[in-house]
Write a protein that binds this ligand. Sequence first.
Ligand code: DGL
Length: 272
Amino acid sequence: MDARPIGVFDSGVGGLTVLHECLVTLPHEDFVYLGDHARLPYGPRPLAELRRFAREIGGYLEARDVKLIVVACNSATAAALPELQTELRVPVVGVITPEAHAAVQATRNRRIGLLATEATVRAGRYEELVRTLDAGAQLFSVACPRLVPLIEGDDAFGAATTEAVREVAAELKDAGVDTVILGCTHYPLIRPILQRVFGRDVTLVFSAEETAREVAETLIRKRIENDPAREGSYRFLTTGDPEAFRTLGRRFLQLPIEEVEHVELAALEAVA
Ligand code: DGL
């Protein structure tokens, strides 16, 4: 039995899709979620910079005594998962491996599409993993720099988002993919737009459910679960504006958001 909370982080509200699934799958665990809004978006940044951010946040959460860290951000996972796993004492779960695995299992024609941030596409981790799992599968990657700012903006479900989705989907449709990895934790937030543009015949693979399953299995195998009879709690930290986080976050978490604490970037930088 281990009563410590689980740490989860993302550049913004995207990781709430992963937290949502974790809260549903593991209602007896406590969670602390950090959104690095002051430095969002991560996607256009160099991988070395994302590595620095991830190490700062990983170290900060570890210092707050979490028992496991979920990197609920594909860009940070793509840039920094091996470094985090090497340097931190607690187990670290990323969002890329579970998705690559699910996509290889789901595809029938072995043509898989990837929609992700520029950083994630640049890092090439999905390509490596898909090839490792099925050397005959082909991955078609498209970077979508417009989507995260639209999803974090005032009108996530507006015409501009549909237009941006149509544009990136066209390339994957031309390539004849039957499965598309949503390689950014922000994208499930616009799931209906994506599914309508791709159509029902294309399987969309989301990281949230796959990752929650991996977290649950890791807790059991390492024997660090909390008491299953209790009800867990969850709270939030942001490097940005707590009020803005609460408003946007509630819509996407679909659960109440009460306490949101502001964290100075200097506090993160001090840990590294
Ligand atoms: N939601 C994150 C990801 O999964 C980061 C998006 C961004 O900040 O650009 O990639």
